[in-house]
Design a protein around this ligand. Structure first.
Ligand code: COA
Length: 330
């Protein structure tokens, strides 16, 4: 029998990235005027110096739309190239329509499909994984993957243990179907998703339909989250490398979830990466949940740090618990 040439499966090539941050900067000192906290405490425990907070006109939809426009422009793409829009968010403007279809309308995309994905701070990695699956299975050729969050509207501003940690913003990437093969060709090499629902109560938000008697506020056992984050993220990072037969020394950039500088530093050390190879925005953005990885990624591409050919490792962990990693050749 004559061997037939196998058709190459498409892979998702990351062609553009973009970001949006609300204009208003809130410093630690400003928070310390109304809370029993201090700039020194927040910096020492988390690395955060300031965060952006949404103005009256900023919403998950408006910020996602701006980040998406920037990602399309960066990729040299237009609305006509978009088949699918996925928005990772825990703070949608409305229960429905999904943020993604509001963004679709705002961008002038007239075909294809879109939906939201809720996996808290791991949302962008989850969305990237779903998008990659859609591209690989031929269900989309151009996908916008967006993280957009307005946590300022779900924080208890009297709880100093949580409100100092979060900020608002949006980040986006544009993926296009490509045909490269092997770990040297550009594209998403693999994604790895995990969840452990039994840990749901260490980080959650009250007040949706299941808990309508309570205000909608984020509640967290910070110490427990911290403990699980370091272990689970280390596992997810190793998993991504070994799935591709790659080692720590192959990684050019770690783009971690921006929750806490101590967790980020621990991950960098585990990978043996010098600090200048770890993208850090937490000091200026705080934790923007599903927006944090694409915001950090977009910043490092825009300033020329991340370049074509680089190997980028992303990881995130959030309420659920949910966590995961993604390995991408630029
Ligand atoms: N300012 C001053 N004091 C504060 C404070 C603040 N903003 N927040 C908490 N404290 C106090 C606590 O009340 C506690 O006081 P007590 O000892 O008198 O009870 C003390 O500081 C220590 O609190 P603790 O929660 O043990 O501190 P910590 O060292 O664990 O740091 C976090 C707290 C939240 C910074 C840390 O646990 C953390 O970063 N966890 C991970 C959170 C995270 O990443 N979440 C998002 C995941 S997506």
């Amino acid at each position: 029998m004559v061997a037939q040439p196998q058709p190459r499966l498409p892979r998702s090539v990351l062609e553009g990235s973009g970001a949006f941050l609300p204009a208003r900067v809130v410093t630690n000192d400003e928070l310390a005027r109304t809370l029993e906290t201090s700039d020194a405490w927040i910096r020492e425990r988390t690395g955060i110096a300031e965060r952006r907070v949404a103005g009256p006109g900023d919403t998950a939809v408006s910020m996602a739309t701006e980040a998406a426009r920037a990602a399309l422009a960066d990729a040299g793409a237009t609305a006509a190239d978009v088949d699918c829009i996925i928005v990772a968010t825990s703070t949608p403007d409305e229960a429905f329509p999904a943020t993604a279809v509001r963004v679709q309308a705002a961008l002038g995309v007239t075909r294809g499909y879109g939906f939201d994905l809720a996996a808290a701070c791991a949302g962008f990695i989850y969305a990237l994984s779903v998008a990659d699956g859609l591209v690989r299975s031929g269900q989309a050729r151009g996908v916008l993957v967006i993280g957009s969050e307005v946590y300022s509207r779900i924080l208890n501003w009297r709880d100093r243990g949580t409100c100092v940690l979060f900020g608002d913003g949006a980040g986006a990437v544009f993926l296009r179907a490509g045909t490269g093969e092997g770990v040297e060709a550009p594209g998403i090499l693999s994604t790895h998703l995990h969840a452990q629902g039994t840990l749901g109560d260490i980080l959650y938000v009250d007040g949706a339909t299941g808990r309508h008697d309570r205000p909608q506020h984020l509640v967290m056992n910070g110490r427990e989250v911290f403990r699980h984050a370091v272990t689970r993220l280390a596992e997810a990072v190793e998993e991504a490398l070994s799935a591709n037969g790659l080692g720590r020394a192959d990684v050019d950039w770690l783009v971690p979830h921006q929750a806490n500088l101590r967790i980020i530093d621990a991950m960098g050390r585990k990978l043996g990466l010098p600090p200048e190879r770890v993208v850090v925005t937490v000091e200026r953005h705080a934790n923007t949940s599903a927006a944090s990885v694409p915001l950090a990624f977009a910043e490092a591409r825009a300033d020329g740090r991340i370049r074509r050919g680089d190997l980028v490792l992303m990881e995130a962990l959030g309420g659920g618990l949910t966590w995961g990693s993604a390995l991408i050749r630029m």
